[in-house]
Design a protein around this ligand. Structure first.
Ligand SMILES: N[C@@H](CCC(=O)N[C@@H](CS)C(=O)NCC(=O)O)C(=O)O
Length: 211
């Protein structure tokens, strides 16, 4: 790893940024936090789109390279820092972890982004459609979980799960319908790497949102 501190471009409430913050914390990688206010459109400014052509947070500058797309960043960090792994050794369990990551990062989170939510609201639609996707995750967890999403070790599936539960709560989803998801989220919330990554502990979290 180069001696220069990695820089994470992040927004406190962004679930995708939260994933990367958790992973960096979990692996003990110290980093500088650079806030990008996506509510004010900072992600669309030229200076930012030059480092992240998708105009999303997060972006990670590390080892002299620039990475976008949170799941690719998680996989990169796993490869360069395999100590304190977030992927199981067993190929089947790895596939289960990646399947959950894909369900949450590929199927659920994109529907909660600013663009679809603004669009759904503009046509009078119900953003609680989210719930249909959650049922699938709950069912899958009933087959794969132990203490955490896949067995008893923390994995990338947990890293992506917790921020999405936080989003669900923001959207007033009744989480009592998803007891397994909620129980795992509660356990994850107690772990230092996840606590430190919580939106409330970020420098760009407005004072009124801090408890
Ligand atoms: N697939 C991307 C999605 C990133 C993403 O959706 N970021 C959101 C915050 S969680 C964002 O920047 N939204 C701003 C916008 O929609 O313009 C990733 O995983 O990095």
């Amino acid at each position: 790893m180069s001696s220069e501190k990695p820089i994470l471009y992040s927004y406190y409430r962004s679930s995708c940024s939260w994933r990367v913050r958790t992973c960096l914390n979990w692996k003990g990688i110290d980093y500088e936090y650079c806030p990008v206010n996506v509510m004010e459109g900072a992600q669309n400014k030229e200076e930012y789109s030059e480092i992240n052509p998708y105009e999303f947070v997060p972006t990670l500058k590390i080892n002299g390279i620039v990475l976008s797309q949170s799941v690719a960043i998680l996989e990169y960090l796993e490869e360069i820092r395999p100590e304190k792994p977030l992927l199981p050794k067993d190929p089947y369990k790895r596939a289960l972890v990646r399947s959950l990551v894909q369900a949450i990062a590929g199927d659920i989170q994109p529907l909660q982004n600013l663009r679809p939510i603004n669009f759904i609201e503009s046509i009078g639609g119900d953003k609680k459609e989210w719930i249909n996707y959650c049922i699938g995750v709950e069912k899958q967890l009933s087959k794969s979980s132990g203490k955490y999403c896949v067995g008893d070790e923390v994995t990338l599936a947990d890293v992506v799960l917790l921020p999405q539960v936080y989003n669900a709560t923001r959207f007033n989803i009744d989480m009592t319908k998803f007891p397994l998801i909620q129980r795992i989220a509660n356990d994850l919330s107690e772990l230092d790497a996840f606590k430190k990554a919580n939106p409330q502990n970020q420098i760009d979290c407005p004072a009124e949102e801090k408890k």
